[in-house]
Design a protein around this ligand. Structure first.
Ligand SMILES: [Zn+2]
Length: 112
């Protein structure tokens, strides 16, 4: 009779932090959720911001140490420097940022 084996810890592939709520730079409501997630294999983390009010969405790379509040600072910069038509992006359910794409898929292309 052997002792029960310890449960093996399953390696988590994606570390997801609890989203935090911030003020949306687009509609100025306190409805912007930002989450930062990273995979051990990547050198950077991915920040995703989504506003439940106006549908504004952004996805961009951040250093792994970034907290949502840090990512928010970068998001505001991104928003300010965005030169396209933000309304159109929202209507097309597209996210701004260097990992832009649809809200549904996380782009894993090397991009730049
Ligand atoms: Zn908004």
């Amino acid at each position: 009779m052997g002792r029960r084996r310890k449960k093996r810890e399953q390696p988590k592939r994606i570390v997801r932090k609890i989203p935090k709520i911030f003020m949306c730079p687009h509609c100025n409501k306190q409805t912007l959720r930002i989450s930062v997630s990273s995979k051990p294999s990547d050198e950077y983390a991915v920040a995703e911001a989504f506003c439940g009010e106006c549908g504004f969405c952004a996805r961009f790379k951040v250093p792994k140490l970034y907290q949502p509040v840090d990512a928010y600072g970068k998001l505001v910069d991104l928003y300010d420097s965005f030169t396209g038509n933000i309304e159109e992006e929202i209507r097309n359910k597209r996210c701004i940022g260097d990992l832009n794409g649809s809200k549904e898929e996380i782009s894993e292309n090397e991009g730049k």
